[in-house]
Write a protein that binds this ligand. Structure first.
Ligand SMILES: C[S@@+](CC[C@H](N)C(=O)[O-])C[C@H]1O[C@@H](n2cnc3c(N)ncnc32)[C@H](O)[C@@H]1O
Length: 232
């Protein structure tokens, strides 16, 4: 297997700093807003779940607690190995190296797909959407979690870091393809200020990161996200 499967979107935050990305995951959504919103729309209890771009597999155990089976797909071999190690004691979890554009799962074999800040960023992800249509069974659902750059403190930082990002184009992309948008307000809550600063430094280039750290006190950040979802 290659070090990184063909077609992967460079993800320097987690590829280069998986330990710091773990701190970020631990800080994301301490109130469980995302999980509640997804499970209200399509439960994964007893279902077959696919986590596309699962990284180090942070979310796999949570799905595995209720699902019949969970498959994590991750293009980066080292991260896929970390995900396997994380889930070594969970008999219903499997991690496969691969990409969203060529999912290593059979046709009509999955009930719920989760992709969190991974590959499905709007324009350009059409090959992955075609793969979702192939692998999700009738009655299934797919969830994509991504930033809502139009609002919140994090959204303002994101726009400063990526001025060419066009939130309206992203919204149009999903909407014309029949996906629904659920805007959600989550937050980052860190244990320590040093963790917040380390995470800001893997998310933004140095001048943006240092500005953010200088302007923002404390260990919490309000963070708007979009939950994009559709049924099949
Ligand atoms: C920001 S990380 C998020 C990881 C994980 N979803 C989480 O929340 O912890 C983005 C992940 O997407 C993966 N990725 C990049 N390109 C991909 C592709 N074409 N198909 C599937 N995953 C991809 C990266 O390797 C990385 O692990």
């Amino acid at each position: 297997m290659p070090r990184i499967a063909t077609g992967a979107t460079p993800s320097p935050n987690i590829w280069n700093n998986p330990a710091t990305y773990e701190l970020e995951n631990a800080a994301v959504d301490p109130d469980g807003v995302l999980e509640r919103a997804m499970s209200e729309r399509r439960t994964w209890a007893g279902a077959r779940v696919l986590d596309v771009g699962c990284g180090t597999g942070y979310h796999l155990p949570r799905f595995a607690a209720d699902a019949a089976a969970v498959i994590g797909v991750e293009p980066h071999r080292g991260l896929a190995e970390q995900a396997r190690r994380r889930c070594a004691g969970l008999a219903n979890v499997e991690v496969r190296q691969g990409s969203a554009q060529a999912l290593p799962v059979p046709d009509a074999s999955v009930d719920v797909v989760h992709a969190r800040w991974a590959y499905f960023f709007g324009p350009g992800c059409e090959p992955g959407l075609a793969e979702l249509s192939r692998v999700v069974r009738r009655g299934g659902a797919a969830f994509v979690i991504d930033n809502d750059a139009t609002r919140s403190t994090f959204g303002r930082w994101f726009r400063a870091a990526f001025p060419a990002y066009d939130p309206e184009a992203v919204q149009r992309f999903w909407t014309v393809r029949g996906w629904s948008r659920t805007p959600l307000d989550i937050r980052w809550r860190f244990e320590r200020r040093a963790d917040f600063e380390a995470v800001v430094r893997i998310e933004f280039r140095p001048e943006v990161a240092e500005r953010v750290i200088a302007e923002h006190a404390g260990v919490e950040v309000d963070y708007a996200v979009n939950l994009w979802w559709r049924t099949f």
